[in-house]
Design a protein around this ligand. Structure first.
Ligand SMILES: NC(=O)c1ccc[n+]([C@@H]2O[C@H](COP(=O)([O-])OP(=O)(O)OC[C@H]3O[C@@H](n4cnc5c(N)ncnc54)[C@H](OP(=O)(O)O)[C@@H]3O)[C@@H](O)[C@H]2O)c1
Length: 344
């Protein structure tokens, strides 16, 4: 039996959802691929860190965080190792980047990935910042160091999009991408359409967890811009950053706009788009009128959609219906599994 060691950066909702699937599928992976996957390091921002080169008890780790909100300082694996120290000096084969997104810099996640791959380690990221800001550099580094680098969870959780292109649509050229990639704006537009005031919708959304404490990244279209940038950088080799996206959020949409659209048999959705113009990829995020009853009009709540137009396979549409955390965990798991399968 071979061993594959993982270093986990971040152990929040995504990290724990991934850890639970990994633990659950441990025996199946051993039986199918002859690999025992263990976690040697876990770092967090403020809840302590764990390190054990022979493997951490994962179940104990998530029980401690979910029970008392931090790792047990008296535990034998409790460590002072910071994220960068783990990346630079820890014993692991794959770094799994699951720290919070900084939408304007892609840091410190990008540096974590750079250092790890620079050491010849494989890398997986759930954090879209590095793919939106530095995809080309990171891909070049992965190729130079001959390591595997995957990022399925960065757009639409575990929904296979990057995977689909890599594995199933090989040599298909993607010529256009359309989608609804931000679910907070779905929710806000739907609630506004019920005649509720903007402030009331945001307050209610925060209470039920559909709207972030600071909603501006979603409402102003930055989150959607980062996601469409990630898609375009990987699928269309765009080489752009979120700042290159022609971006308009929904902050100025009024009930009058929604009613006017309704009178024309339309509704407003925050659409993402990437097309080729004179050989250059041009990207936009904009509130757009779509026909009631059309495919885009029925993507609501926490669902999202991406439409990929290709030269050899025409237009393909992938919808993620009402995702929960398990889909996020699975996206990270599927990337790790891909590494294992390629190592066998
Ligand atoms: N949640 C989803 O459904 C989902 C879906 C797709 C992608 N993602 C991406 O996955 C990443 C994690 O999301 P999440 O939902 O798990 O967020 P989260 O619940 O806020 O967890 C973030 C984790 O990262 C830790 N952290 C903060 N700064 C760190 C640092 N410098 N080094 C190491 N750990 C650090 C946090 O520790 P403290 O709690 O101590 O601060 C926490 O454990 C984000 O980039 C997000 O965009 C999430």
């Amino acid at each position: 039996m071979k061993t594959l060691k993982l270093g986990l950066l971040g152990f929040g909702n995504a990290g724990r959802a991934f850890a639970k699937i990994l633990e659950d599928k441990k025996q199946e992976i051993m039986d199918s691929f002859g690999y025992n996957i263990i976690v040697t390091g876990i770092t967090t921002g403020s809840r302590g860190n764990l390190y054990n080169a022979d493997g951490i008890d994962l179940k104990k780790a998530w029980c401690e965080l979910e029970g008392q909100g931090h790792f047990n300082k008296a535990g034998s694996d409790y460590s002072q190792m910071t994220s960068m120290e783990l990346v630079e000096n820890g014993e692991y084969d794959v770094i799994v980047e699951m720290t919070p997104l900084d939408i304007f810099t892609g840091q410190p996640a990008t540096d974590h990935l750079r250092k790890a791959m620079g050491r010849g380690k494989h890398a997986v990221t759930a954090n879209k910042g590095p793919i939106a800001w530095y995809y080309n550099d990171l891909k070049k580094l992965a190729d130079k160091m001959d390591v595997q680098f995957y990022y399925e969870t960065t757009v639409m959780d575990g929904t296979p999009i990057f995977n689909l292109k890599d594995e199933t649509l090989k040599f298909c050229k993607v010529t256009e991408i359309n989608g609804i990639l931000n679910t907070t704006t779905n929710y806000v537009l739907e609630e506004l359409a019920k005649g509720k005031a903007y402030d009331a919708v945001i307050a209610e959304g925060k209470k039920i967890g559909f709207v972030e404490a600071d909603p501006s990244m979603d409402i102003e279209g930055w989150d959607a811009a980062a996601k469409v940038t990630a898609l375009l950088n990987v699928l269309m080799e765009a080489g752009i950053t979120p700042r290159d996206v022609d971006r308009t959020g929904i902050e100025n949409i009024t009930i009058e706009d929604i009613e006017k659209a309704n009178e024309q048999g339309k509704i407003i959705k925050l659409l993402c788009k990437g097309t080729l113009e004179n050989g250059q990829v041009v990207a936009s995020v904009k509130p757009t009128l779509v026909e009631q009853g059309s495919l885009m009009s029925v993507i609501d709540g926490t669902s999202s959609v991406v439409q990929i137009t290709t030269d050899l396979m025409g237009k393909l549409t992938i919808i993620e219906h009402d995702p929960e955390l398990v889909q996020t965990g699975y996206g990270i798991f599927s990337d790790v599994l891909r590494i294992v399968r390629n190592l066998v």
